[in-house]
Ligand binder design. Structure first.
Ligand code: TYD
Ligand code: MG
Length: 452
């Protein structure tokens, strides 16, 4: 093979040249042209040690990865229909939120379905875990229990025991003797996760890594763990509330926006099959500033109460306090209300809250947020038995959102009879709900509050 002729490239504009030059004649930059290795070095140039990989067609009928149901519907849904063999799952959450409880219950349930399960705790002694199991009424479950932090020993044990599912609680406590930094450091967490994920793939063992979340809301240590695993689940909830939400934020084996809803009871976590009823259970008489948003979480409609409080501010810069919603979204909606509807919030403190400790991320909540804000400011309650949904654009127009039919069905199921939705929403046939469709925020504010 003839040697490829040298190749020169300008670092400033990317133009290629056949010979070196002090000045690139394409862009005029000085001293930017240098010689580059030809791109097509080929396997011979790399030492010829590669091996040919198997290439298959997109339509080859390899069977879908087998899934195992946990017997806990709320968990199965978040996993995309059950546990996939050989998959790696990260479960993140604040300390004390209930991760260990959830995973102990899940492992016991998987064991009940015939899987061989190991639960390795790096944080608690076996006696402590056993005590918790007793409290949860799981003493009889066939779960192998271990307390260890040395990953070399854990991997050797996994090799010998040949489990189907291993829970590592938590990844921050694990350490590898080949890595010279302390457990919990980025290097250790990364190396330990890599070892465990590689093991999972090679042996077809499902591995669940528990990860603590820092105050900033990130899995302590590395975001890289999130890239290594197939599925990332967050376990969240407010301290003062019993509700716990297991949220899929990444899933290579299923949809990534599903949630599972649980309630923390004296005997562990109980499934909540009808979250809307739960989130609305604390609702009393309709008051100004409180509205019901018909939302979607993945494939499931969830109704939540959005509450706003608006009060004169003693501060130079009024407060904007948000719980359960994006604060950037609040700023946007306040700006649209001021610029398009002539409803200013200057000099007013604004508090916005999703009741029950739920977190709403859908833009479809915009209209409900705006309604709660104006309702609080004008001290006028939204008509009772009404749900709202719709996205607000910067122009003040209301945009239809997906799954309108499902939202309305859920609202009707919970005893609501009216809905306010953007113009052009696809209502579907035979809805029992009385739906008022509105084109923009100004007409909404005018009709409902007689303001703007
Ligand atoms: P835990 O699972 O230890 O949290 P994590 O592993 O995320 O740190 O849960 C701790 C909390 O859960 C603790 O404050 C007590 C509460 N809890 C109950 O309310 N009921 C129960 O049955 C159990 C086991 C725990
Ligand atoms: Mg724990």
């Amino acid at each position: 093979m003839s040697k490829a002729s040298p190749h020169f490239v300008c670092a400033s504009c990317g133009a290629s040249h056949t010979k070196w030059a002090g000045r690139c004649d394409a862009c005029g930059a000085w001293n930017s042209v240098s010689q580059e290795e030809p791109l097509s070095a080929g396997p011979k140039a790399m030492g010829g040690k590669g091996r040919s990989i198997v290439i298959s067609d997109l339509d080859s009928d390899e069977p879908a990865p087998p899934r195992q149901s946990s017997g806990i519907d709320e968990l199965d849904r978040v996993l995309g229909g059950g546990l996939v063999r050989g998959s790696a799952i990260l479960v993140g959450g604040d300390p004390g939120i209930g991760k260990s409880t959830l995973l102990l219950q899940a492992t016991a349930s998987f064991a009940g379905q015939g899987l061989k399960c190991l639960y390795i705790s790096g944080e608690e002694a076996t006696a402590q875990v056993r005590m918790r199991a007793q409290r949860l009424g799981l003493s009889g479950a066939k779960v192998g229990l271990g307390a260890e932090t040395n990953l070399r020993d854990i991997l050797t044990t996994m090799d010998a025991q040949k489990p189907d599912l291993v829970v590592i609680d938590s990844i921050q406590t694990m350490w590898l003797d080949t890595v010279e930094s302390a457990p919990g450091s980025v290097a250790q967490v990364r190396a330990a996760s890599h070892e465990l994920v590689t093991f999972a793939k090679k042996r077809g063992v499902a591995v669940v890594l528990v990860g603590h979340v820092t105050k900033e809301g990130q899995i302590a240590g590395p975001r890289v763990v999130e890239h290594m695993v197939d599925t990332v689940l967050y376990f969240e909830g407010e301290r003062g509330h019993q509700f716990r939400i297991l949220r899929a934020v990444k899933n290579r084996f299923g949809p990534a926006d599903e949630i599972g809803v649980f309630e923390m009871t004296g005997a562990g976590l109980a499934q909540v099959h009808n979250p809307s009823a739960l989130f609305l259970s604390e609702r009393g008489q309709p008051v100004a500033g409180s509205v019901v948003f018909a939302g979607m979480e993945g494939t499931r409609p969830v109704l939540t109460e959005i509450q706003a409080l608006v009060a004169p501010s003693p501060l130079g810069t009024p407060r904007r306090t948000v719980v359960g919603l994006d604060s950037g979204r609040l700023s946007t909606i306040l700006a649209v209300l001021e610029a398009r509807c002539g409803i200013p919030f200057t000099g007013l403190d604004v508090f916005l809250n999703v009741a029950g400790g739920m977190r709403v991320t859908e833009p479809a909540a915009d209209l409900a947020v705006a309604a709660a804000l104006v309702s609080a400011r004008e001290d006028v309650a939204i008509p009772p038995e009404t749900v709202l949904f719709g996205e607000i654009s910067l122009s003040g127009a209301l945009r239809p959102v997906g799954q309108t039919e499902n939202r309305l069905k859920e609202a009707a199921k919970l005893g609501f009879s009216k809905a306010i939705a953007p113009k052009g929403s696809k209502l579907g046939a035979g809805s029992e709900m009385q739906v008022r469709q509105m084109a923009d925020l100004t007409s909404f504010v005018g009709e409902i509050f007689g303001a703007g």
